[in-house]
Design a protein around this ligand. Structure first.
Ligand code: GLU
Ligand code: MG
Length: 452
């Protein structure tokens, strides 16, 4: 994150921060949902946190969104054991909106296993996929595009929140006519100050919906930046009495929020390995097998890319530029994987399936694992689709239940991400699903209560 070289020893980092007027450090890490968890410490504590870092109750990593820890060996089953968060000094980010505070990300360790990487650490899971690719001479580059809504409180609205701007927009608009408080400008400035590598942003298709694009970079750093981006956007919005939400489909009648992930592979010199000027389409055999791996594992990937009950209300119609089948196309925004038209160093695939709520570290990890399997097994991609093509017979799972079963059945992906991690992820999400299935929704009441 930091744009300048930083001292990697925590004592020296503390002096550097103190000289810049920083007295508080937020040590942050991602839980399985992608929520930033952490502790705030005084800068004078940093030197003491060298080595194994700070400790916290590992149950946090198996806790549902309602604050309910799942009943697993990682929590109650072994007496609520600790995990450690070890600061990664090269992740320093200084928020302009919180002067005197620094953000540092942490890697999670398992003290019951000699401080080995914790199997539930999304950052560690992504790092492992990056290393697996690097062992094959492939360096993963990623860039997410994140859509989100800004909401304003409104006691009359369902759930108590309405879109911050109710203008119907046609997308790609900027300025006060659609964004009266120029919040987009404010967010872009703040993210830039944080060193998040922001390209730019715009209002998206629906009122109050925005998209901010991130510069491409090494996959782990790109996921770290996306993680901090969500944290910062939510915090900045909250500071203004607003709410930012990355949930995939907050309103039935408005556009969903996607998390399109652009991926490429480069060699150690940075040369793009997905490009091939001698190929009719300008893409290499490596690109085709990487793409084929992503499509092959798409049903199981869905559980990671679309990890909520709500996500499946977004994945309903290619006409809303959201995929519904494991397909790909050249510059085709209705496909699961779009190959944007740029070639040479810009050659890349864009996976359009994930919704914005998905944990970016896990999304990128799962996509890289799937793509690597395609490369290792030399898988062949099906023919591309144009928007007029009949959709192929490989629909994506249409419910969280089916997606979780697909992940459970996909041994290759489960083992790549870690078998125990996958079991825990599925258990956590099944518990979420079970809570939903015991709930009477607003729709049911409106539909049934009067006439039946
Ligand atoms: N909002 C759409 C989605 O849910 C994507 C629209 C676009 O192509 O930017 O993925
Ligand atoms: Mg968009």
């Amino acid at each position: 994150m930091s744009l300048q070289p930083m001292p990697c020893e925590l004592g020296a980092l503390a002096s550097h921060l103190t000289s810049r007027g920083v007295d508080l450090v937020r040590v942050l890490w991602s839980d399985l949902h992608g929520i930033a968890r952490g502790k705030e410490v005084h800068v004078t504590e940093l030197a003491r946190l060298a080595g194994a870092g700070l400790s916290f109750c590992q149950a946090l990593m198996v806790t549902g969104l309602a604050g309910n820890p799942a009943d697993l060996p990682e929590s109650s089953g072994r007496g609520w054991p600790d995990a450690h968060a070890r600061i990664a000094p090269d992740t320093l980010a200084l928020p302009g909106y919180a002067p005197g505070t620094a953000f540092l990300l942490a890697d999670l360790l398992d003290p019951s296993d000699g401080n080995a990487p914790l199997h539930l650490d999304p950052r560690g899971i992504l790092r492992r996929q990056v290393e697996r690719l690097a062992a094959a001479g492939l360096h993963a580059v990623a860039a997410p595009e994140l859509e989100f809504y800004l909401l304003a409180p409104d006691p009359a609205a369902a759930g108590g929140w309405r879109p911050y701007s109710t203008h119907e927009t046609a997308g790609y608009v900027v300025g006060a006519a659609y964004d009266p408080d120029l919040l987009l400008s404010h967010l872009i400035r703040e993210c830039h100050a944080l060193g998040l590598g922001i390209r730019g942003g715009n209002q998206e298709f629906s009122g109050g919906q925005f998209e901010i694009n991130h510069t491409h970079g090494p996959a782990l750093g790109a996921a770290d930046r996306a993680f901090l981006f969500k944290y910062a956007i939510k915090e900045i919005a909250a500071g203004r009495g607003l709410r930012a939400t990355f949930m995939g489909k907050p309103f039935s009648e408005a556009a969903g929020s996607g998390q399109h992930v652009h991926l490429s592979l480069v060699d150690s010199e940075g040369v793009n390995l997905l490009a091939d000027p001698t190929d009719d389409d300008g893409i290499s055999p490596l690109a085709r097998s990487f793409l084929a791996g992503v499509l092959h594992h798409a049903p199981a990937l869905t559980a990671v890319l679309n990890p909520t009950v709500n996500a499946y209300t977004r994945l309903v119609s290619p006409d809303s530029l959201v995929p519904t089948a494991a397909d790909w196309g050249h510059d085709n925004r209705t496909a699961y994987v779009r190959i944007p038209p740029e070639r040479g160093s810009g050659t890349r695939i864009e996976v359009r399936g994930a919704d914005a709520a998905a944990n970016t570290h896990l999304v990128v990890a799962a996509l890289l694992a799937a793509g690597l399997d395609g490369i290792e097994r030399d898988l062949m991609a099906p023919p591309p689709v144009s928007s007029s093509s009949a959709r192929p017979s490989a629909p994506l799972p249409t419910t969280l239940r089916d997606a979780l079963s697909a992940l459970e059945a996909d041994r290759t992906l489960s083992e790549a991400l870690g078998s125990r991690f996958t079991q825990v992820f599925i258990a956590l999400k099944r518990e979420e699903l079970a809570r939903f299935e015991r709930t009477v929704t607003d729709w049911e009441f409106r539909e049934y209560a009067r006439m039946l």
